[in-house]
Design a protein around this ligand. Sequence first.
Ligand SMILES: *Cc1c(COP(=O)(O)O)cnc(C)c1O
Length: 379
Amino acid sequence: MIPFNKPYLTGKETIYIEDAVKSGKISGNGKYTKKCQEYFESNYGFKKCLLTTSCTDALEMAAILCNVEPGDEVIVPSYTFVSTALAFVRQGAKIVFADSRKDHPGIDEDIIETLITSKTKAIVPVHYAGVACDMDKIMSLADKYNLFVVEDAAQAIDSFYTGADGVKRALGSIGHLSAFSFHETKNIISGEGGMLCINDERFSKRAEIIWEKGTNRAEFFRGEVNKYGWVDTGSSFLPSEVTAAFLWAQIENLQFIQAKRKAIWEKYYKLFSQPTENDFSLPFIPDYASNNAHMFYLVCENLQQRTELINKLKDNDILAVFHYLSLHKSEFYQAKHDGRELPECDRYSDCLVRLPMFFELTDEEIQMVWEVIRTPVSK
Ligand SMILES: *Cc1c(COP(=O)(O)O)cnc(C)c1O
């Protein structure tokens, strides 16, 4: 059987976990947490990084930092994971869902301005499949209307955006805040795990307080204050050293993992660029975006074709899966949605299929997936 995903282990995870455990410091914000945070800060241009227990947590921290309150509106693509919207809903925000682009499942940047009102507080672009949204467009709207931008960069580690100024910037370093995931389905992992990046220094001090249950504990341990106490809202957002030690083993191998994933993606792309008896479109990477090989997907012509394709792969012991269901039509949010149709989002909900994509996927397995998909689905 070819699974859809298989978490890759470098072999060092348990060694570093043992080291963390034996050091006697297994709660959060210790040696491994700092090593991970410093790595990301010095290699990707994030101003300040805080590891979290998930990307969902990092998004919740971002919602608190933006002071999102009941009555505020937040613009979110409908084609995304629940957490992108949920983190802001928990603060009382109304979600204004945006449609996807015709050529890519990411947010349609050109319609965002039509969704902005006097109540809009933030835009939350999602870099779907690790492929950049057009951040120049989004950041200029944020400037014009004085909004915060929180990048949902859950899938976007080691991926880049080149703006009109020609500068190549890491995804997650552009918005005021950004959130990454190290869930076992992402490129580098720690089981559950995430990170908040703070690029606007106005948020730095408060972020650390919210991270540490609303206390100024971090400042106290740096000797900046002589006692610590309850100074703000917050929660227990920081992971233990066990999680950070696991992540450190992955970070050490990040470039190695990325090179392999990119080779797999390219192999898929080359095979699927050949003519087949089925109609589907391939992933689109705009000129301004890099590809971090998080995902390889196809967009079928319709739901029936996709269902047949997934079933045919399954009959051949290959697991391919569809992805998000439009959030504006979800059981939880449907009645709260303002009723606008979001046809592109619905199309990706019906037609997008993700193929097996993981470090250990072999050339033979990729070839097998292609052989099954190239032949007609309806007999
Ligand atoms: C995976 C993912 C999340 C959630 O990440 P967790 O670490 O599981 O909380 C959020 N948004 C997007 C776009 C994701 O792909």
